[in-house]
Design a protein around this ligand. Structure first.
Ligand code: 13P
Length: 252
């Protein structure tokens, strides 16, 4: 953790579940969610967003989208604008997830435009970066992530409270994670890069780790310097696991 930064545990539900299962998950989180630290965020599929938002109304759990378009509105069939997300109760939006980068060919330049749109709409962007296994094997992990940061984060990102999620592609959904030393080194590099590019505001930027975070490895990861929370995929679909990860955040 970084002293003075409130930790965030975020759940990326991806393209999973039915409306009924999403509502069951929301109810289970709502009844168990802690009101104090850490902050909790869930990002349901767009179709489930509003029913989940209604189920979480009055709770302390924040809601985010999993993507948005870079334009404010217009002829973009199948897309969702940042202001639409804001309109139905989102406070955050995940951008540049590696699955968007690979499934939809999103480049860092596109992520940057989406990020600008999110900021303009008053959403907090959660920008994902991370290397592939081949890039790590070639000792390129830090260079790849630094490049993604420089190209994806627009001016004003840090002062607006933008969040960075480091998600090594090869750790997503695989049960494998980098060692704690590797995560600490990468997060230190990310902190330095954000501060260099965005000024002192970057010292307060929340840096999340994502990729096979589970109740069993969360405490070790969340205790590392410059790891200010987690972006959780599979384990966020099980209320008990998500809450166990939240409870693994080291006290104060
Ligand atoms: P898993 O936790 O399932 O590895 O997914 C991580 C992720 O991609 C969150 O955005």
């Amino acid at each position: 953790m970084t002293p003075g930064i409130r930790p965030l545990i975020a759940g990326n539900w991806k393209m999973n579940g039915t409306l009924a299962s999403a509502l069951r998950l929301a109810e289970a989180l709502r009844s168990a969610a802690m009101s104090a630290t850490p902050e909790l965020l869930v990002c349901p599929p767009f179709l489930h967003f509003q029913p989940v938002a209604a189920a979480l109304l009055g709770s302390t759990i924040a809601l985010g989208g999993q993507d948005c378009h870079h334009a404010a509105s217009g002829a973009h069939t199948g897309d969702i604008a940042a202001a639409m997300l804001r309109d139905v109760g989102a406070s955050h939006v995940i951008l540049g997830h590696s699955e968007r980068r690979s499934d939809h060919g999103e480049t860092s330049a596109m992520v940057r435009r989406k990020c600008e749109a999110a900021l303009a709409a008053g959403l907090v962007p959660v920008v994902c970066v991370g290397e592939t296994e081949a890039e790590r094997d070639a000792d390129q992990a830090e260079a790849v992530v630094a490049r993604q940061l420089l190209d994806s984060l627009p001016p004003g990102f840090a002062t607006a409270g933008g969040i960075v999620a480091y998600e090594p592609v090869w750790a997503i959904g695989t049960g494998r994670t980098p060692s704690e030393a590797e995560v600490a080194a990468m997060h230190g590099m990310i902190r330095n890069t954000v501060v260099q590019a965005h000024g002192d505001g970057g010292r307060a930027t929340r840096l999340l780790y994502g990729g096979s975070v589970k109740p069993g490895n969360a405490a070790g990861l969340l205790a590392l310097p410059d790891v200010d929370g987690a972006l959780v995929g599979g384990a966020s679909l099980v209320a008990e696991d998500f809450l166990a990860i939240a409870r693994a955040v080291p006290a104060g």
